[in-house]
Design a binder for this molecule. Sequence first.
Ligand SMILES: [Zn+2]
Length: 273
Amino acid sequence: MLRTLSLLAMGASASALVFVATAQTPPEVTLARIDCGTGAKPTIVAERFSDTFAYKDLALTFTFSCYLIKHGDEYMVWDTGFAPGSNPNAPKVGIADRLAEVKVNPGQVKYVGISHFHGDHTGQLAPFTNATLLIGKGDWDGVTAQPPMQGANVAGFKVWIDGGRKVEPQVLDKDVFGDGTVVMLRTPGHTPGHSSLLVRLKDKGAVILSGDLAHFHENYDSNGVPGFNFDRSQTVASLERVKKIAANLKAVVIIQHDMRDIGKLPAFPAAAK
Ligand SMILES: [Zn+2]
């Protein structure tokens, strides 16, 4: 304010100041969670989700989360969950129908970013006919390898591969819209090309959608690693990275499979700003 006043006092034109202010204002960014499935029964996490026997009888019902990011008048979807009806954990309503509730056509979506190639994150890629797929290169290589990597949901990517849709495999972090508001972060370990998504909102502040970096709070807090992860040391390093980013940016970390994190964003169709 003082600076503005002094500039005015120096004779700078008010319209020039307005122009500068407008040019530097980033587009509004919003973030909404879309339900993409619920565990039909609780998962006994001791069986597979700790390689150090950390849990005796902890049972958690997992949720499956997808997200819609609006950046100005452009859209991005992060993770696509299970396809409706594909299994007992799958959602009743698909993403395309959810998007219709906020008057978005899947064909309008510019980017589909996915945390990793597993089936519970890649079941609804098909509707996004015009989107560029953003995926860690390690995962894309796993999907397209002959034979494909174990766990890669090749069927989910079939339309992408057969239909020649656009894909940008990421080797580094990806500043999706070029203004730092939405950044795909390299967080390998769960899979070779696992990624998380940093979204910086004007009012709510920074939010990190952590994919399957951890599946639930107890593993996140203790650097716990599931026995089925691709690489233990990468997982621990990625957990350390996200925790440091969260501390430095005072970010809200959302563990996508943890029911206890659903309330960190407003209930759809509302979105955090
Ligand atoms: Zn998952």
